[in-house]
Design a protein around this ligand. Sequence first.
Ligand code: ASP
Ligand code: MG
Length: 402
Amino acid sequence: MGLIVQKFGGSSVANADRVNNVASIVTDTYKAGNDVVVVVSAQGDTTDDLLKKAQEINPGASKREMDMLLAAGEQISIALLAMAIEKVGCPVVSLLGWQAGFNTNSNHSTARIKNIKTDRVKTAIDKHQIVVVAGFQGINRYDDITTLGRGGSDTSAVALAAALHADRCQIFTDVEGVFTADPRKVKNAKKLTEITYDEMLELATLGAQVLNNRSVEMGKKYNVEIEVLSSLKRVSGTIVKEVANMEKMLVRGVTKDTNVARISIIDLPDTPGIAFRIFSMLAAKNINVDIILQSVGREGSKDIAFTVSKDCEEEALAIIKGIAELQGKKVISDDEIAKVSVVGAGMETHPGAAAMMFEALYEQNINIQMISTSEIKISVLIDKNEADKAVTAIHDKFIPNA
Ligand code: ASP
Ligand code: MG
């Protein structure tokens, strides 16, 4: 028994059946003797549909009005869910972001939560009401509605759990938890029982779309244990936390990212200042560079290659071609590549993970084009067509079939 925050994503409340299903999960938790605060997203594709409506009328609409519009999606879900809970016969109250005390800054469409004044939510809990709160939204100091950015309801839930000192924050979604690889692609992928915040952040940025990044950062900052689990199957999910009782695993997950382009600049003068010139020009245009490789200088010249996301490829190329010192140099770009990565906090203290990964690739005769490492991650750049084969081979090397 305790205070539990439960968050349900758009797919979990997509239609009447799903809303009734959520109501039964919530009321079962309540009837077991817990205080329950629920955070919900807009139903199904509602947010996308609202975006389309705005596009039809004014593609250049102000962010203030966009927030006013998009926040409506969550207003619908909280009311419908509260009605479904009423029907089961449990006391309930629905609250919009501002009513639940979510104060944000004024960055419309990507607002940050400044604080949560929990008085109203706490009063409702004291009255033994189930509290249903609209995710993704808040209010700024001018009393204007703000939204937290796409997928922001996860952050609303974790922030509210932190502010209420909840015993648990459960994020219900349409998958059963966090897997060691994409279960649709890798036959032996298994559900993790636990994962650290840092590992989850690496997996999230590498494309495992289960939890919104900011919610994981928030969980880490305020030490909120987050459980990711399915709203459709009642089985335990994956717990995201700092450390403690972690099962012994060298590698927690293998991911693939095909949104990568590599740009190489050949035969640069091997003199100081060239790398600075290139990367400061890219940074000035807010282009995020991932892996960087510089060849050993020979006969006064060297090559530099780096990767950016595919969406930035054209812009990065234009910037490079505009740099005076690089005039006449050969610039090659390639987006038929993929980044395959292994993530695991266990690698920090165990040497040999890189060798294992490279062995798996060698056994499949896959050539590595670039390598980068951090304390808990190793990434390689390979041919895009070999990415799925590589993920399976690496996965099965580190995480043998249990
Ligand atoms: N409804 C918002 C979105 O689709 C917020 C969320 O789902 O978390 O981005
Ligand atoms: Mg959504």
